[in-house]
Write a protein of this length. Structure first.
Length: 79
């Protein structure tokens, strides 16, 4: 993560913490976080996972919005 601000511009540490949360979460699983994602909100399942792999990795289920866009709530029981 690289953020470059001029010295005259304040930093948004909430955004830095959000980005770190996302990096840690996405490094551990085959997921991505959508724009403006906050911890606890649904995430996107990587398109590289087949439906069978996604079902094994996310047994609580997931929602298919498009063939390439599947969302999962990691706050569900068992996660």
């Amino acid at each position: 993560l690289i953020l470059t601000y001029p010295p005259s511009t304040g930093r948004n540490f909430a955004e830095i913490l959000r980005a770190i949360d996302s990096l840690q979460l996405t490094d551990a699983r085959s997921i991505a976080t959508p724009v403006n994602w906050q911890a606890g909100q649904p995430v996107v399942i990587s398109p590289k996972l087949s439906d069978e792999e996604a079902s094994r990795q996310f047994p609580q289920g997931y929602k298919t919005l498009k063939p390439y866009l599947r969302m999962v709530d990691l706050q569900s029981p068992g996660q």
